[in-house]
Ligand binder design. Sequence first.
Ligand SMILES: *Cc1c(COP(=O)(O)O)cnc(C)c1O
Length: 356
Amino acid sequence: MNATETMQIEVKKTKRSRLPDVDWKKLGFGNFFSDHMFITEFSGGQWKNSRIVPYGKFEISPTLSALHYGQSIFEGMKAYKYSNGEVYMFRPLDNLKRMNVSAERMAMATVPEELFMEGLLQLVRLDSNWVPKEEGRSLYIRPLLFATEEHIGVKISDTYDLIIMTSPVETYYSQPLKVLVETKYTRAVPGGVGFAKTAGNYGRSHYPTRLAQQKGYNQLIWTDGYEHKYLEESGTMNVMCVINDTLVTPGLHDTILAGITRDSVIITAKDLGFKVEERKISVDELVDSHKKETLQEIFGVGTAATIAPISLFGYNGNDYNLPPITDNNVGGKIKKQLDDIRKGRAADRHGWMYKV
Ligand SMILES: *Cc1c(COP(=O)(O)O)cnc(C)c1O
């Protein structure tokens, strides 16, 4: 099989579009899925059977190795519709790169760029009328790669499926979040898989998150696994603070997921003339700067929400309220600039928008 044969994508279109069934008032996040999905299979060392089919259920074996042994990773990115009707994806090649970093770490097959981009482009083009045009809405794109070997002994799977599905969404977390600084449970440890977007990282975070929610918080701020002293991430987002007008965020290492939003926010902040520091932030520094009133903002950054403002953090039995969120906040200004780039209203200086 040569490269062009591997790239052949068979398309089976749906008989009836489900677009009229979408309840746009209850759009939310991840509730509705577009008409089609892209599937490709890895076996015998090659990707094959690439196809676009109507979105729907499929059969799996009870021995599917992803379910037992956790070789399962995903990605998340968005497509936007400009006012002239053109559709653009935001930094899809960076998501592919990161998916392959996750795949390497989980000993899974990596996905060639030509195959991924061809499948993705054809899929989003076919379902382009699912890409919402309204402000605050977009098409969320979810690639999922998982082990498909049907074998109950523990081993590295020799076969994988990649599925790309898409979902029209509205911006996640519209209310400011109350977060609890987690000082017992750990999301990721050095040498572990914190930098990979792998299923188990989410499964393991649910229990401590639920405990925080029972105490009235929305999310956790994860701290390092050794001393629980330094900030790592906020829920499933990267975390950023504004202290003394400087945007401060933990530097990247293997316990932190290298968010594409994180990178875009840092670059946009610098473009807008803000000072940015990537360094360790201790919880003591947060409390201290809160006391001195130099702590202006804390927010989470990720594809689903872009920027999710935090209104309060809890630590050691105390709650620390943050100043109210306004359009003049550093986070708000960066979000507006990113929204303008994504909707084609501001110059795309860094080549982030990828035409569909
Ligand atoms: C996906 C994710 C992020 C954000 O990454 P983006 O590329 O910005 O969406 C941050 N932290 C964790 C743990 C994540 O899974």
